[in-house]
Design a binder for this molecule. Structure first.
Ligand SMILES: [Zn+2]
Length: 249
């Protein structure tokens, strides 16, 4: 009788331990699934027109050259699951070019000022990043490799600051679909320029549900004040804004 009670107790203890182990391992695997992250690096518009000093760059962003070795270093020292390069890519005579609006010029509107196109503000830029031009090519020092994913933007009439969609938010680029297919959850954004294409890409990425980080030391603004305003806007939307690459490596 005593022996059978001992045997019964032993069996009960074994079952309890087995159940506890099963529950713990199930919880651990669920946590692992929830915390599994895949990170993409988005390198925005590091093209000759934006990064080369004048006259080689027609829309040169101050300090654009300085960030190139830092971007290469980040790419080579962080285990990104996916690397994307965006490329501003305009047809000749694109509506974002000042030269395409002779009437605006006649009425006294200057380069870099805004006009309304389809009810939306449009900055009038110098001609830049035209199809197949030197200015549209990536800077030769940028660590771009054949086979890297390139997303071209601005090839419709509406301008496109974001790498995800045009400024009218009507036509998405293939970027979101590609990131979804690769199960990307986190995005680190660097490149040119902070107050336009980097900032708007970050805001759209956040809106689309990604965890987004922008590294300030790896981007530069066209205008300092607008860069500061974009940082505040991104922080207001919970984009992680980091000063230096040391904070993510
Ligand atoms: Zn452009």
């Amino acid at each position: 009788m005593i022996q059978s009670r001992i045997l019964l107790t032993a069996v009960v203890i074994i079952i309890v331990i087995w159940l506890q182990t099963k529950t713990t391992s199930s919880t651990a695997s669920q946590e692992l699934a929830l915390t599994r992250r895949k990170t993409a690096l988005l390198i925005i518009d590091v093209q000759n027109d934006f990064s080369q000093p004048p006259p080689n760059g027609s829309l040169s962003v101050p300090g654009g050259l300085e960030i190139i070795p830092k971007i290469n270093h980040l790419r080579n020292n962080f285990p990104f699951d996916f690397v994307v390069f965006s490329q501003d890519w305009h047809r000749p005579g694109h509506p974002s070019f000042y030269s395409a609006h002779p009437d605006a010029k006649k009425s006294g509107i200057k380069l870099f000022e805004k006009i309304q196109i389809h009810g939306r503000d449009q900055v009038l830029w110098p001609d830049h990043c035209q199809w197949d031009s030197y200015g549209a090519q990536f800077h030769p020092d940028l660590d771009y490799r054949s086979g890297d994913f390139v997303v071209q933007k601005g090839n419709r009439d509406a301008d496109s600051y974001s790498a995800f969609m045009d400024n009218d938010h009507e036509y998405p680029t293939p970027l979101h679909a590609e990131l979804q297919w690769r199960e990307i959850t986190h995005i680190v954004i660097v490149g040119l320029a902070l107050d336009f294409c980097v900032g708007n890409t970050a805001l759209d990425a956040k809106e689309l549900g990604y965890q987004v980080t922008v590294v300030l030391d790896l981007t530069r603004p066209v205008y300092r004040e607008e860069g500061d305003a974009m940082v505040k806007q991104m922080q207001g939307k919970h984009v992680r804004v980091m000063q230096s690459v040391d904070q993510i490596m």
